[in-house]
Write a protein that binds this ligand. Structure first.
Ligand SMILES: C[S@@+](CC[C@H](N)C(=O)[O-])C[C@H]1O[C@@H](n2cnc3c(N)ncnc32)[C@H](O)[C@@H]1O
Length: 303
């Protein structure tokens, strides 16, 4: 069950440290009077930095699939006259932007994945350390939960999912163990799944369940499909000089961004902003925020 309004209202909002914050805002805002999209509003950290870089004529639209994140961001940015927010999948950004007079766009930012709100709220089911239902949905409208995948998908399909979305070398072994365990008793909680993997695999640099949880989260939220469709749809909406900035957190996301940006620059419709290679967090940022360790920022500008 996702966190209810009551549970979230009674807790202090979790501290989410926005990754590559200053860099993202600097690379995104080329025209302080322009129209901008924060496609992954989250808790509004990047949005705040973008708004700080805008003049009063500039405007920012923030989107998020998750109503709890959206509410916290709106609270944080209340009083900013040139900011508005909507609950929407960034795959459908064109509709939101057109309907609100946000075209042509001067820039769009995608800070992918989930935030601390998701990892630190046990009820959302994203954490392999906090006990909660095997949920992992960003949107409550999504009918697919992690429990459905774990308990109902055929073993073969589970193995493929773990291999493709988790890049898990032990995919077959894990799928077999899940199938055997669920035949006795279906999985209900995150810790039941995490404990199974702890008993099955040796502990490496990361927790034994990290790749499995990543794979489930990607599948539940159709993250890779949303990303490729979302980015391809936004490029035609950028004005010349408009920028597309993406922060990715694992190689599957980064591959999609890198492939699209290479093809856009090769065909001449975009150029790289500053560097062809990705920008990574500084050692100081990593010291402050170890969760940023796999972040890569890529930016292109429409020609
Ligand atoms: C890393 S967080 C963003 C944090 C934000 N930049 C900040 O500084 O607070 C990613 C956010 O994107 C949202 N999200 C993920 N996929 C989405 C999608 N397809 N459409 C809209 N929002 C999405 C998640 O709910 C999450 O709140």
């Amino acid at each position: 069950m996702p966190a209810t309004d009551e549970t979230l209202m009674s807790e202090k909002p979790p501290r989410h440290q926005s990754v590559l914050l200053r860099e993202a805002a600097r690379l995104l805002v080329s025209d302080p009077k322009g129209l901008y999209l924060d496609a992954t509003l989250g808790l509004g950290g990047h949005a705040q930095a973008i708004l700080d870089a805008l003049r009063p004529e500039g405007r920012l639209l923030g989107l998020d699939l998750d109503p709890a994140s959206l509410r916290l961001a709106e609270e944080r940015l209340r009083g900013r006259a040139n900011f508005e927010a909507a609950r929407a999948n960034f795959r459908d950004a064109a509709r939101e932007l057109k309907g609100r007079g946000f075209l042509p766009l001067s820039g769009a930012l995608y800070d992918l994945g989930v935030s601390s709100l998701h990892f630190e709220t046990a009820e959302r089911g994203f954490s392999l350390r906090l006990d909660g239902p095997l949920d992992m949905r960003l949107s409550p409208d999504n009918p697919l939960t992690a429990a459905t995948i774990v308990n109902r998908w055929p073993e073969e399909q589970l193995a493929l999912l773990l291999k493709d979305y988790g890049e898990e070398p032990q995919a077959r072994r894990i799928a077999r163990a899940i199938a055997e365990r669920r035949a006795q008793k279906p999985f209900e909680t995150t810790l039941e799944l995490a404990r199974l993997l702890e008993g099955l695999l040796p502990r490496g640099k990361t927790h034994q369940a990290t790749r499995t949880f990543q794979a489930l989260r990607i599948a539940v939220n159709s993250e890779l499909e949303n990303l490729s469709q979302g980015l391809e749809a936004i490029v035609p909406l950028l004005r010349p000089g408009g920028r597309l900035v993406v922060i990715s957190f694992h190689s599957l996301e980064d591959r999609i961004v890198k492939t699209l940006f290479s093809s856009l620059t090769r065909e001449g419709s975009c150029r790289f902003v500053e560097d062809r290679g990705p920008l990574k967090p500084s050692p100081e940022e990593l010291e402050r925020n170890p969760r940023a360790r796999s972040a890569k920022l890529r930016a292109v500008e429409k020609q």
